[in-house]
Design a binder for this molecule. Structure first.
Ligand code: FE
Length: 335
């Protein structure tokens, strides 16, 4: 019996050696738990994953340079804006998959099925509990003169801020979004510097009273020691903005199948696997994110943040405002 299976597998391997038994994954994710994801996928399907890791913009540039000869099967990255950039550069192809249509919420996927979100992160308000008795409850509140000189937020070159402003344009319109961005610049505690973790560190150091950050940077500092943050994390409180309104802005980590994928079927199988309950747990927990699929258990560090209402606006629609968002940032002098 053992021998027959071995022979059958050997034949299958030979027949399939040039086609479906491997997958070239271009990934800007680099989390320890992702290793488990890849090995489980290989175990379940026999498809070996070759990983090319790099910065999202580098990977996109590489795919462009490689053109029709690109070995890339799947592009896996964070932030809608980067997926849309890959889409606009013609680097992705549509995926017809009942599994993905059914599992991934409509607002977290591209209308043309060029990309799908597999985990979510909210961009929310953190504040110094002792220093801010009346914290802002909405994104629009942040721009109120009440918070002059209090807010730390990173540069406008950052994709998270670009997508946030694009979502404000979508909900409030261009004029309100411009007034908001202008008010934010007035309220900054310092010129934008560093990443989201540095905004949170500013709460601990006392330089900032309010900080804007994606949820996973905070959750990570709850789970593991983050220098300059974990030791003071007890004094930090948070607000999920726009509860009872549009809900807190969420962005995604997601993937699409490369336009010239040599292993299309394996690529689709990989995306479908990422949407499975088991993969969703690892995928989101690897970076302290929220699963894209409803009902999948949250990591402990993420659960600690509590439940909230998410903005369910279509991220594909939001992405159409990205150029205008950049223009507004420039106009208001948001560095
Ligand atoms: Fe990040």
């Amino acid at each position: 019996m053992t021998r027959i299976i071995a022979i059958a597998l050997g034949a299958a391997t030979l027949a399939g050696s040039a086609t479906a038994q491997e997958l070239n994954l271009y990934s800007s994710r680099h989390y320890d738990t992702d290793e488990r994801l890849y090995s489980d996928f290989t175990e379940a399907t026999g498809i070996v994953i070759n990983r090319i890791e790099g910065d999202a913009d580098e990977l996109i540039a590489r795919m462009q340079a490689e053109g029709a000869n690109s070995p890339a099967d799947v592009l896996l990255t964070v932030d809608t804006s980067r997926l849309v950039r890959a889409e606009n550069a013609g680097l992705l192809q549509p995926v017809e998959s009942d599994v993905l249509e059914e599992r991934i919420p409509e607002n977290l996927q591209d209308d043309g099925n060029l990309w799908f979100g597999f985990s979510q992160r909210a961009r929310i308000i953190f504040y110094d509990e002792d220093e801010v008795p009346n914290p802002p409850q909405t994104y629009m509140d942040l721009a109120s003169p009440d918070y002059e000189g209090m807010i730390c937020i990173r540069s406008s070159t950052n994709t998270y801020n670009q997508t946030l402003l694009a979502s404000i344009i979508e909900h409030q319109g261009e004029d309100a979004a411009r007034a908001w961005a202008d008010g934010m610049v007035q309220n900054m505690a310092r010129a934008p510097q560093g990443g989201d973790t540095d905004q949170l560190r500013g709460l601990v150091s006392g330089e900032c009273r309010i900080a804007i950050s994606n949820t996973y940077y905070f959750a990570r500092a709850l789970r593991t020691e983050v220098d300059g943050l974990s030791e003071g994390i007890d004094g930090i409180a948070w607000i999920f903005p726009d509860q009872g309104g549009n809900g807190a802005h969420v962005n995604i980590s997601g993937a699409g199948v490369a336009a010239h994928a040599p292993h299309y079927d394996a690529a689709v199988a990989f995306l479908e696997y990422l949407a499975s309950d088991q993969a969703q747990v690892y995928f989101s927990a690897g970076n302290d994110e929220y699963p894209a699929v409803d009902g999948v258990p949250l990591a402990e560090s993420v659960q600690a943040l509590g439940n909230f209402e998410r903005d369910t606006v279509s991220l594909a629609d939001v992405a159409e405002n990205l150029d205008l968002a950049q223009q507004i940032f420039n106009e208001v002098g948001w560095e």
